[in-house]
Design a protein around this ligand. Structure first.
Ligand SMILES: *Cc1c(COP(=O)(O)O)cnc(C)c1O
Length: 382
């Protein structure tokens, strides 16, 4: 029987040819493909400027760095996210102040923002959990009232929009990931978009050591100045070549994801004991990253057994995310968070299973996943 993987990059002949083309040419970094991929990404999202970087983590680190956030500052961060969201803050020397999740969506609970606020708060980090947009009108109203920057972690939200505006363009900066299980892949890679072109330009300099001109902008080769501090967080031409081919397929990928997710959700909604997150309603559009199911509290202790049963039937699963970030040893030790903090995020971590809806799968696979969940529930709970 076919193995249904949780995530599987779709790398075709066009991608392979594009990579070989780079390797056959003279330019591996600082070349035309990175610029072209940025232009394609900006056009696809409707951003005035996109800046290609080495990962979403790098994108967010650059964001806080270029917003001058550092020691003594605080950033409000959702507890229910990838650890990268918090690391990007921590790496600047600022302190992430975690907030719990909304049980209906898994997104950060906007009712807790006021409690997390202090005179040191400089920014809010927003994660569009599983591709379901956060209510950005509310976030921006709060941010404007308190003079805060907003950084949107869009790692799993490529294709998520509100009122036809792509996520990442509401706050100051949007950060994207091209890690293999995300919507499109460049192996490793990321992108920054911003509705503030001058900020995007600062990020573009800071990703390459803070150098004031790229090789193509230099009148005398090798001559440049370094007016600011910076990193090496660039994307290579090999990755950009992959990105150019992948973004051509993005509309098709998203359409497949949407149809898969609708089919799977319909089938799962008839199964007793399975909870589902609330669906976003127009004008909010999800990127359909995956379909997470939530077990009832009295069944959650057997979550891992249920996942093992599904895996045994050839159905790949994942957990988004396996622990609230403040419960991870590094953060728990450093800031003294306890297991009782962030009960909603904890429940999502311990009671959920993420099922695949990616473009490597079709509606027949969704039937198999739904049947598999039904059979696994029977096996584990009866
Ligand atoms: C995957 C992921 C990241 C990390 O992306 P990288 O490109 O691997 O750095 C960050 N945030 C979220 C929400 C993610 O899911």
């Amino acid at each position: 029987m076919k193995e249904i993987r949780f995530g599987q990059p779709l790398v075709g002949e066009a991608e392979k040819a594009a990579v070989l083309d780079v390797l056959n040419g003279p330019t591996l970094v600082h070349g035309p493909r990175t610029t072209a991929f940025e232009a394609d990404f900006a056009a696809w999202t409707g951003a005035p400027r996109a800046v290609a970087v080495s990962s979403c983590t790098a994108a967010m680190h650059l964001a806080y760095f270029c917003l001058d956030i550092g020691p003594g500052d605080e950033v409000i961060v959702p507890a229910m996210t990838h650890v990268a969201t918090a690391h990007a803050v921590e790496l600047t020397g600022a302190r992430p102040v975690f907030v719990d999740a909304d049980p209906d969506t898994g997104n950060l609970d906007l009712d807790t923002l006021a409690q997390a606020l202090s005179p040191r708060t400089k920014a809010i980090s927003v994660v569009h959990f599983l591709g379901v947009p956060v209510d950005m009108a509310r976030v921006m109203a709060f941010a404007q009232a308190h003079g805060l920057f907003v950084v949107e972690d869009c790692a799993v939200a490529l294709g998520s929009r509100i009122d036809d505006i792509h996520v990442g363009l509401f706050g100051d900066i949007g950060a994207f990931s091209f890690y293999p299980v995300k919507h499109i892949t460049t192996a490793e890679g990321g992108m920054v978009i911003s509705r503030r072109p001058e900020l995007a330009e600062r990020i573009a300099r800071a990703r390459a050591f803070g150098v004031d001109r790229t090789p193509s902008e230099r009148s005398t080769p090798g001559v440049y100045d370094v007016p600011t501090l910076g990193f090496n967080y660039r994307m290579s031409e090999i990755e950009a070549a992959l990105g150019i081919e992948q973004i051509k397929r993005l509309d098709g990928f998203l359409d497949r994801r949407r149809r898969n997710d609708i089919r799977l959700r319909e089938r799962l909604s008839t199964l007793p004991g399975i909870g589902l997150f609330r669906e976003p309603e127009p004008p909010m559009i999800s990127s359909h990253y995956c379909r997470s199911i939530l077990l009832a509290p009295d069944q959650a202790s057997r979550r891992d057994q249920l996942a093992a049963s599904l895996n045994g039937a050839g159905i790949g699963t994942s957990v988004y995310y396996p622990r609230p970030v403040p419960h991870m040893t590094y953060y728990a030790k450093k800031y003294g968070y306890s297991e009782d903090d962030f009960p909603v995020a904890s429940r999502i971590s311990t009671a959920s299973i993420a099922l695949p809806v990616g473009p490597h799968l079709d509606e027949t696979d969704m039937e198999r996943i739904a049947d598999g969940v039904k059979a696994a529930l029977k096996e584990v709970f009866q």
